[in-house]
Ligand binder design. Sequence first.
Ligand SMILES: *[C@@H]1O[C@H](CO)[C@@H](O)[C@H](O)[C@H]1NC(C)=O
Ligand SMILES: *[C@@H]1O[C@H](CO)[C@@H](O)[C@H](O)[C@H]1NC(C)=O
Ligand SMILES: *[C@@H]1O[C@H](CO)[C@@H](O)[C@H](O)[C@H]1NC(C)=O
Ligand SMILES: *[C@@H]1O[C@H](CO)[C@@H](O)[C@H](O)[C@H]1NC(C)=O
Ligand SMILES: *[C@@H]1O[C@H](CO)[C@@H](O)[C@H](O)[C@H]1NC(C)=O
Length: 269
Amino acid sequence: MFSLLTLALASTASAACTRSFLQDIAATYIKAQTAGTPSLLPLNTPLTYVENDLHPALNASVLTTPLSIDFHRSVYDTTTCSTYTELNANSSSHPYVIVTLIRVDAATSKITTIDSVVSDDGDWIFDAKAHLSYALTEKWDPIPAEKRDTREVLLAAANAYLNQWGNVSLPVPLGTPCARLEGGLYTGSRNASSNSCFMPAFPMPLTVGNRRWVIDEEMGTVGMLNDFPFLEASKPNGTTPSSNMFYIVGGLIRYIHENTVCATRMCGR
Ligand SMILES: *[C@@H]1O[C@H](CO)[C@@H](O)[C@H](O)[C@H]1NC(C)=O
Ligand SMILES: *[C@@H]1O[C@H](CO)[C@@H](O)[C@H](O)[C@H]1NC(C)=O
Ligand SMILES: *[C@@H]1O[C@H](CO)[C@@H](O)[C@H](O)[C@H]1NC(C)=O
Ligand SMILES: *[C@@H]1O[C@H](CO)[C@@H](O)[C@H](O)[C@H]1NC(C)=O
Ligand SMILES: *[C@@H]1O[C@H](CO)[C@@H](O)[C@H](O)[C@H]1NC(C)=O
């Protein structure tokens, strides 16, 4: 009797992946990156640590570099017990824009995966200062409960955008306004009320692969990590680490933040 009750309580507590729990995880991630101390995080053993599609040791990762973080935005996926954070370290002596997907084992509350796209000087249109100033002009307000899109609608919109890179004729649900922050370049800088998110055709056929995502219905956001073939001129058929974070309202894309890591300066373009 006692043991069954204990078991029931324990499993209820451990299986819960609440929004506030994920908010704590993301806040701890920001603290750990600010301090340059990954051990502040509740890490599982083993841990999958990915940085720009490579697997450095944690003690050789960007998490060991203390950063002065000017701006960060996190979204939370209670269904998959995951977080996705965009952070801008414009004020650091070495400026970075970092996007990190964290997966947590709901049963143990330990982090099993940290997967980051770490961009800095020389990466695609990288400009931390411009990224910060444009990011601060945007409003990613929570979506009122009665207006929220389903996970399926949100993911379909994000996938449609990435699918269209491979076939310019495919439809994409872009809203008006829609603006893309691509590194430090802002498509909405001329007219923030217009839809400037359309991506023209690439000069070669491509498939955006290796998609990993987090969906937050409350924030109307899909946080995506993906390959960006073609862009790196030195290996057009390579993968190239990239992130795309989508704010979606009523099924239509409003904002896209893209960060892409080049193997050669400005991807050789
Ligand atoms: C990093 O960790 C590995 C494995 O624990 C260890 O062998 C290595 O010496 C460490 N490197 C540094 C720079 O601390
Ligand atoms: C970004 O950092 C630069 C260099 O430290 C500083 O001049 C600038 O004011 C910062 N931008 C913002 C928006 O804080
Ligand atoms: C591109 O998409 C259009 C519209 O769905 C389709 O008709 C066409 O066959 C596609 N092209 C390729 C090469 O897949
Ligand atoms: C900006 O875009 C909006 C929406 O497309 C349009 O109504 C408006 O006329 C544009 N403003 C300018 C100055 O072009
Ligand atoms: C890259 O892929 C394109 C399209 O699939 C192909 O035509 C081309 O030969 C490939 N180039 C190299 C260097 O492999």
